[in-house]
Design a protein around this ligand. Structure first.
Ligand SMILES: Nc1ncnc2c1ncn2[C@@H]1O[C@H](COP(=O)(O)OP(=O)(O)OP(=O)(O)O)[C@@H](O)[C@H]1O
Ligand SMILES: [Mg+2]
Length: 347
């Protein structure tokens, strides 16, 4: 386990340094390490509620799916909301610290190894939460670098010039234009409507159409992840939902499409607007080099629909990254391995 270390010296001649990249997300957090290990966990942290819960679960703090599954006997915290660390309670801050600790434990650093961590966060959190992230990481790392998530993705892909990354997460959609240097705030954008927004839309639409049936938040997210699509469909989607205790088939094809497509216009508009700020020749090159990342990029038909929405401005090519789950963490790891000393903060 990593432990507190007072005098980290990033970039020094230390031989036993473990570089790690962390993608801290609203829905899922992932880690990739220089020792070849990578892991992810749903961004939930939970503490047993009372002594009965402790007897059942032990003193442990639970993470991810296990935390959600035991939600009746734990205090369940999802510490990031809309892409930023919630600042309501001390529990949220503590939860982020525990989550980071857990991720680092999962990749099993060897004893005494110094940890140099690059943490990718949604662009908004970079502005709002930098100190909170520093606090959360300081106990477990010797050097830290906080970077915007889409920049980490771009770096991992090697898309350093003439490219745009659109990272579609749960809380935010983050945009980053790469033009051969470190991106600045002007090169980035963040929209507060992403996967969670689709889920809320879908739940609302289904409730309206089938008022007698109960559609849970977890349920609608699952329908979206399994069957979600934009553009044309290749068949009807129906799901079994309880009505007065009896599971009954419900057609959700149209509602699913409208909910998934609800984020498209804003994404197309933000992309167009961001690109339009550069000189014309560069705009053309960027439009041919758009990458979709984040869990939301797995929506069927998304790349094609975005190409369609942007094509009036000129030839457009939109590609979905190969491994949306780890693209951020792998990119952050690559940054951690490559960045010179002046970009690091000693812990
Ligand atoms: N196959 C899929 N189709 C559609 N959406 C999906 C699919 N798989 C995951 N998602 C959605 O992707 C989102 C999670 O993506 P990701 O892990 O990139 O988010 P995050 O990094 O936790 O969020 P943020 O970056 O906003 O903090 C969730 O809304 C999830 O429902
Ligand atoms: Mg993310």
């Amino acid at each position: 386990m990593a432990k507190k270390k007072a005098n980290g010296t990033a970039g020094s001649a230390d031989t036993d340094i473990l570089h790690i990249g962390i993608d801290l997300g609203t829905a899922r957090s992932a880690i990739a390490a220089g020792n070849g290990k990578k892991k992810w966990v749903a961004s939930y942290v939970a503490w047993p509620r009372d002594f009965v819960a402790k007897k059942l679960l032990g003193e442990r703090i639970l993470f991810g799916q296990e935390a959600v599954e035991n939600r009746l006997s734990v205090e369940l915290v999802r510490p990031l909301e809309n892409g930023v660390i919630r600042e309501g309670t001390a529990r949220d801050t503590e939860a982020v610290r525990e989550l980071i600790h857990h991720l680092i434990d999962l990749i099993r650093p060897s004893k005494g190894q110094k940890i140099h961590a690059a943490v990718g966060v949604p662009a908004e959190a970079l502005k709002v939460n930098k100190l909170a992230i520093r606090d959360a990481v300081s106990e477990y790392a010797d050097a830290l670098m906080v970077v915007s998530e889409p920049f980490a993705v771009a770096y991992g892909l090697g898309a350093l010039n003439n490219a745009m990354i659109i990272d579609i997460g749960a809380g935010t959609v983050d945009f980053c234009v790469m033009h051969g240097t470190m991106p600045t705030e002007e090169d980035q954008r963040s929209l507060l409507l992403a996967g969670d927004y689709i889920d809320r839309q879908l739940q609302g639409l289904l409730h309206e159409k089938y008022p007698q049936a109960t559609f849970s938040e977890v349920g609608v997210r699952q329908y979206k992840e399994e069957h979600g699509y934009v553009g044309s469909t290749n068949g009807a989607v129906s799901v079994k939902v309880p009505v007065q205790g009896k599971f009954t088939e419900h057609d959700i094809t149209k509602e699913l499409k409208s909910a998934c497509e609800s984020i498209l216009p804003a994404i197309a508009e933000a992309a167009t607007d961001l690109i339009s700020r550069y000189e014309p020749e560069f705009q053309e090159q960027v439009r041919r080099n758009i990458y979709l990342a984040g869990g939301g990029s797995s929506l069927k038909g998304l790349a094609a629909s975005l190409e369609e929405a942007l094509k009036d401005y000129g030839p457009t090519k939109v590609t979905t990254v190969n491994d949306p789950l780890y693209a951020g963490a792998e990119g952050a790891l690559a940054l951690a391995q490559d960045m010179p000393k002046e970009y690091w903060e000693d812990m």
